[in-house]
Design a protein around this ligand. Structure first.
Ligand code: V47
Length: 415
């Protein structure tokens, strides 16, 4: 006998709150994870998504660039890092980076997304020089670069990260000063925003088991707080489907939305280590990243299923009610799955990408590229209107390789 999918009445309260635009609690999030009625979860995420973006879905014309895969850390979920001397270790010279920026500009890209390992052999000067080189070769390209983990590494390399051994607020203030020192210099050299990587899952147990040695959640969040104070927008990720549990994912989302509440309030009263003032930056996008076991030290784990990916993305949309954008990163989700995710809370699928070294799905090499026509077709087929955006979610006008910013796309969350 075939039975119709059942609507879970336990979700009635959540449904009412979503329809009224009210904030969901952690218990609501738990229910959304436990209910067998995944289609209601997706439908509710679609309600929240359409309230902000109607039938618009965003993509961009971008290039991802990894400047070095040499990393002082050996996180167990990661298949990207190499040690100096390994056959596959690389560090890009400034000349190679300039050539890549020129190619990106020639292809009409609006963004370069740049991240790398914590390379212990690169001097501090390399980083501002890299940005200045790109700025010179491709003046109109937005540079979105360096995860919070790299920013702290740079502060250590530049010897301005002083608070690590001090405890309490004094230590935190000293750390934040070093982070601000780094960010101010990178901004002067051309940094436009911070990507969301390195967040993993904000939980000390998971941290110590899967990525010990990396900065913890408090420091990751402080880097983004400082960035917001300095007027940078940033993104956030959540790497799920490894050794964390659903409660740890929900706690991660809750921590992010609290920091975003402060950023959207736009003003720091001055009691904390940042000393008050206007906050001009904020989180733009949450990117849930499904764990890929292949090649990592956690290869024995199965990784999340398609349904778990869908549910987690939908729950990110519902819990992170103050994040304007939810990205289904097609490289990790696949383009087919990203289409479905657009119907379940996502409003963005990232861009043309071209080269990507961190995860290689299903035996893909580092060349992972889709054309703009493919992105647009995928979005249309999912029932949405494709809109090209720049990194700051402004509408982009384009004639071939020539592009210009047309204006803000949304003001509903104070974008
Ligand atoms: O920080 C590493 C993750 C991240 C694996 O800001 C893995 O717009 C899955 O942050 N399986 C980098 N994930 C990617 C990232 C990102 C991607 C797209 C857009 C944006 C944005 C940011 O990739 C790392 C880490 O969390 N990662 N190894 C793995 N085996």
């Amino acid at each position: 006998m075939v039975t119709a999918p059942r609507i879970d009445p336990a979700l009635d309260g959540v449904r009412r709150r979503v329809e009224a635009g009210e904030r969901l609690s952690l218990d609501d999030g738990d229910l959304l994870y436990r209910t067998p009625d995944i289609w209601s979860v997706c439908e509710l995420a679609d309600v929240a998504r359409r309230r902000l973006h109607g039938d618009t879905a965003y993509y961009n014309v971008n290039r991802h660039l990894n400047y070095s895969n040499v990393c002082a850390l050996s996180c167990s979920f990661c298949d990207f890092f190499a040690k100096r001397g390994d056959d596959r270790a690389y560090t890009r010279s400034l000349r190679e980076i300039r050539a890549e920026a020129e190619r990106a500009a020639e292809a009409g890209a609006t963004e370069m997304h740049i991240v790398g390992g914590l390379d212990p052999y690169l001097p501090w000067e390399y980083y501002p020089q890299m940005l200045a080189t790109i700025r010179e070769a491709a003046p109109s390209i937005h540079i979105k670069a360096f995860t919070a983990v790299e920013i702290v590494h740079l502060a250590k390399v530049a010897r301005v990260y002083k608070g690590a051994t001090l405890g309490g607020e004094e230590g935190r203030a000293a750390r934040m000063e070093g982070i601000a020192w780094v960010l101010e210099r990178l901004i002067a050299a051309g940094l436009g925003s911070l990507p969301g990587g390195g967040a993993e899952v904000f939980d000390d147990r998971v941290h110590d088991e899967a990525f010990k040695g990396k900065i913890r959640s408090d420091v990751w969040l402080d880097v983004h707080r400082v960035a917001h104070h300095l007027g940078l927008n940033s993104n956030a990720t959540m790497l799920y489907g490894h050794i964390e549990d659903r409660h740890e994912r929900l706690a991660h989302m809750d921590m992010l939305r609290r920091v975003q509440d402060d950023a959207l309030a736009g003003f720091d009263s001055g009691s904390g280590p940042l000393g008050g003032g206007v906050i001009r930056g904020r989180f733009q996008t949450i990117i849930p990243l499904p764990f890929f076991p292949d090649g990592s030290a956690l290869e024995r784990l199965p990784g999340p299923s398609g349904l778990e990916n869908l549910r987690t993305l939908a729950i990110c949309r519902l819990m992170l009610d103050n994040f304007p954008h939810v990205k289904a990163f097609w490289i990790m989700q696949t383009l087919g799955m990203a289409q479905l995710m657009l119907q379940c809370g996502a409003d963005d699928i990232d861009g043309t990408v071209v080269w990507y070294d961190i995860t290689k799905v299903g035996g893909a090499g580092t060349h992972q590229e889709v054309s703009v026509a493919d992105l647009q077709r995928a979005i249309r087929e999912a029932g949405f209107t494709p809109v090209e955006r720049d990194t700051l979610y402004r509408r982009v006008g384009r004639e071939g390789k020539n592009w210009w910013v047309e204006g803000d796309l949304g003001a509903r969350l104070g974008e």
